[in-house]
Design a protein around this ligand. Sequence first.
Ligand code: GDP
Length: 440
Amino acid sequence: MDREAIVALATPPIRSALLIVRSSGAGVLSILVDLLGRPSVRSIEERSSFVGLLHDEEGRPIDRVVALAYPSGKSSTGEESVEIIAHGNPVIGEGIVKAFLAKGARMARPGEFTLRSFLNGKMSLVEAEAVNALIGASSQEGASLSLMALEGAASRKTESALQEVASMLAAVETSIDFPEYRDLEEDLLGKIQREAPSVQRILDELVRQGRAATALIKGVDVAIVGLPNVGKSSLLNAFLGQERAIVTDIPGTTRDVVTGDVVYKGIPIRFYDTAGMREAKDPVERKGIALGEGAIRKADVVLVVSDIRDGAEPPLPEGVRCPIIHVKNKADLWEGGSEGVLASAIKGEVGEVLEAIVSALSLSAVSLDSPALVSERQLDLVSRASCALKEAESLSREMAPLSLVAPSLQEAYALLKEVLGASASSDIEDEIFSRFCVGK
Ligand code: GDP
């Protein structure tokens, strides 16, 4: 039985060539019959398209539209669904949504269409979360990794790890339940010692690949810090290949954090040019410095820039945990040899720095052909499952009784189930789907 009808604008409320309104749930085909005046919509057995004048609830024409109609079981939500493609004026979109509301649909909540696909078994939770990642991706590569997760590759890998854990767990539980087979206990512990590490390797690989993939999808934040005049703003400009930051030789002119986005080897990188890190007397400049510290704490990588001629660096605030790259700038003014990452912002020579960022985050290891889990929630669950398997393995090495090994396997099993959403509580569902935009 389809759930109550929901409706939302699926495209942004701006003027554009076309817009799309989505509606799904019990009775939406009848609503379409009313609004479009096409009784034949009611009897469709496959996805069908209709062209015609769509009317509001009082019979006034809103727009000439293309309506895609899906019978129950044949749509992405699994329910009776309608997608209306109209001319891209927000007033038209609003009018269509209102007409559906007047006919009994209610506004969809964020992510509710995808939630229904999940609830109706049309996609796993991994795939549902990948939809969000796909929409949020800021590079082609990030989008293609999300799409791969959406297409189910990462779910299948997780699913096969789950099956292997299930088979170990089933053997252990059977043996606990039927003590007459106790002599098999040693064999069973041997099996766990052999199999747990191989599943664990699969899970660790998923986490490694997933962490890199999420960096690709979300992008990485890089803070540029250093004493005044070492060339931070010039570096930012060199990265961007264009003038955006204010470059000057009067110390302390960068009072705000200036940001710039580049995509390097498919990795979206956002640079934050922080104000010179030194004691400032001027309150405006002091504010800039405080902002700079905020950028450092949020950063995935910090570039500490110095002038190659004296190598002087500012002290960093405490508690910086991300990788730090020491960059020696103004290499064009230096004759001798030098170790480390060199740059000449003025000549636009910053390739070493970009490479250092990629390798600091192990991003070059990301293979765009390997399936990756693309949400923090899943990655956390998978790495916990890997720890639980490690526990099971070491217990079995110590020849612990099966009743002590079983809980670790059960934990790994439950965690992997949760990745796929099989046992997701409704709290988790709410948490996940509320991060979607309305209309998804
Ligand atoms: P910031 O205060 O650290 O942001 O430094 P700026 O980017 O404003 O640069 C300070 C001065 O150093 C300016 O006169 C720049 O032209 C100069 N500068 C920056 N990078 C280089 C470089 O790679 N080589 C040389 N020769 N000068 C540079």
